[in-house]
Ligand binder design. Structure first.
Ligand code: PGA
Length: 247
């Protein structure tokens, strides 16, 4: 596979990161209302989601034909658990726009057989919807994308994974106690993510600076899963000054 150049846009602050991402996403949906979005959870995309909600509420922007597939879900958290990613997506975006919920796809964390849940998710994504047109990503301080922790391979597909210590620590802020953080998750694989037609990765804050630099300037390696994005022909990183600090 040939290495490509990742476009890097450095913004003044978090708000500006959200605005630039918002422009890319709203333009894509405007030109093709049936765009298949790949969506992410975490604190980074929230600003962009707020702006999409405002566009719908203030200008009547139409999401009714748009579809979405989320990157990941905690294993063993049901959709009505406030820390589940289905709950989060409903709360920060889907409940406030006119997207058809039957077209929003989040892996089922309480499935009986994770392997068939993951396989079915990929079948729906690729066979019924033709894959992701525009993929949104965050990045972990350990360089993960979705829940593809260091050690994940280029050809990995949607599957159940163990969360590593750093991720559990980073995500403990959303739970009452560190012990409440789930230890496993279902996640799209790196191979799955790289099949999206366009990828937009957002990062803000100094705790992401090392991961961003490693992804762009370090070796392409499973140790830094985001470094595999350098194989994608159309990938942009939108980062604030803090996350760009050591580039
Ligand atoms: P964050 O998470 O947006 O909450 O920093 C990003 C990630 O872990 O992918």
């Amino acid at each position: 596979m040939d290495e490509k150049t990742i476009q890097v846009i450095v913004c003044e602050d978090k708000k500006d990161v959200g605005f630039k991402a918002f422009r890319i996403f709203s333009d894509a949906i405007y030109s093709n209302p049936e765009t298949v979005l790949g969506l992410a959870t975490g604190s980074t995309p929230v600003e962009m989601y707020k702006q999409l909600i405002a566009l719908h509420k203030e200008k009547g922007f139409n999401f009714s034909k748009t579809a979405s597939f989320n990157l990941d879900e905690y294993f063993m958290l049901a959709s009505d658990h406030p820390q589940s990613y289905r709950y989060f997506m409903n709360d920060v975006l889907f409940n406030h726009i006119n997207i058809d919920k039957t077209r929003t796809h989040v892996l089922n964390g309480v499935c009986k057989t994770p392997q068939s849940e993951c396989q079915q998710f990929e079948e729906i994504l690729f066979e019924q919807y033709g894959g992701v047109d525009l993929q949104l990503l965050g990045i972990g301080s350990n360089g993960h994308i979705a829940f593809n922790e260091p050690g994940s391979t280029l050809d990995s597909r949607t599957r159940i994974v163990d969360l590593n210590q750093q991720t559990k620590k980073d995500n403990a802020r959303f739970f009452q106690k560190q012990e409440d953080v789930p230890t496993q998750a279902l996640t799209m694989g790196i191979g799955t993510i790289l099949e999206a037609r366009k990828i937009v990765l957002l990062a803000t804050g100094e705790n992401k600076a090392e991961a961003i630099n490693d992804a762009i300037n370090g070796p392409i390696t499973p140790d830094v899963p985001a470094s595999f994005l350098r194989y994608h022909p159309d990938c942009v990183f939108i980062v604030d000054k803090d996350a760009a600090a050591i580039l």
